[in-house]
Write a protein that binds this ligand. Sequence first.
Ligand code: NDP
Length: 338
Amino acid sequence: MRWGFIGASNIAERVIASMRQIPGQELLAVCSGSAARAKEFAAAQQLQAAHTDLAAFLREGRFDAVYISSTNEQHCAQTIAALDAGCHVMCEKPLAMVHSDAVRMVRHAAAKGRVLGTNHHLRAQAAHGLIRQMIAAGELGEVHGVQVSHAVHLPPHLQGWRLDKPGAGGGVVLDILVHNADLLRYLLQREPKTIRTVTQRNGIGGRDRATLAVEDGAMSLIEFDGGALAQTHESFVADPSALTRLHVLGTKANLYAVGSLTQGGTSQLWQRGAGGEREIAVPPVDLYEVGFTAFVEACAGRGKPLADGTDGTRSMAVALAGLASATSGRTETIDLSI
Ligand code: NDP
């Protein structure tokens, strides 16, 4: 497939390294808001062309697919333009800033007969695939609760728009709660109904909590169809040694994963129940290679992306309802409409 990249971003560098492992992919050009950044990115990533004009990029590139990893407020318009140019689109999360835009993206992809994927990389983590299978097979009994501890240290090179630009979709809720929401939907194979979120502003990278533009910590309580409850914690201000943790509690057994909520692709997983504790071996994987391989297959008419546009819209809807809850101080209903 012929690929173009919209956004000269950090994550695009990571994704390109993984895409080079997938046979048959031609990684061709980048489009950035800055000519200098586009040129530098293209040279560093060995892409043939660097653009600043999206229309010319799409016209001249004759791409089969684009990967969009610009800041969040640009995702919708860039996706619509790429679909109009006949491209399949793998877009970063959150798909958009408001629900109606994400719905428009999903409907436009369907109307154009193109694949829209959302880069929810945590679906590719092997531990999560095992947990999903075990839940579906009833091995845990009835799952009544899940705890997700996804508190990280936002590294200095990412302490830009995420903290200073609410208009670009900054803040830990749109950055990390969307991933947790998608993961919970994936594991439980149930839809979320309501959310109560409380956010905090701690201050990071020399910023004062009183003037910080967005939240840098959040905890939520999410109720799912069937009654399962999930607690999630997202943070940018944990100390760098903090481990991520996922705890899935059933009436017969529980599963406990450490380190699975990262970009690294490794983790440890244990099952505990009446028979005691056993560690379950989790094969390491390249999360982006797995996710983009599924997307490439979907574009060839084989299967679906790991997370499609509907998944991206619904995970975003959870985060938007969480932000609304933090403002209203009430439990909010999650809008799952497409
Ligand atoms: P970056 O800050 O690295 O890049 C975002 C945009 O900022 C780029 O497209 C670029 O604009 C601009 N930019 C990059 N570097 C500079 C710079 N030095 N000076 C000025 N502007 C710069 O963002 P991320 O890579 O962290 O995130 C991009 C998207 O990917 C977001 O939607 C985010 O939510 C998502 N993401 C997803 C992850 C996942 O695992 N699924 C992980 C990390 C991020 P331009 O293109 O115009 O040059």
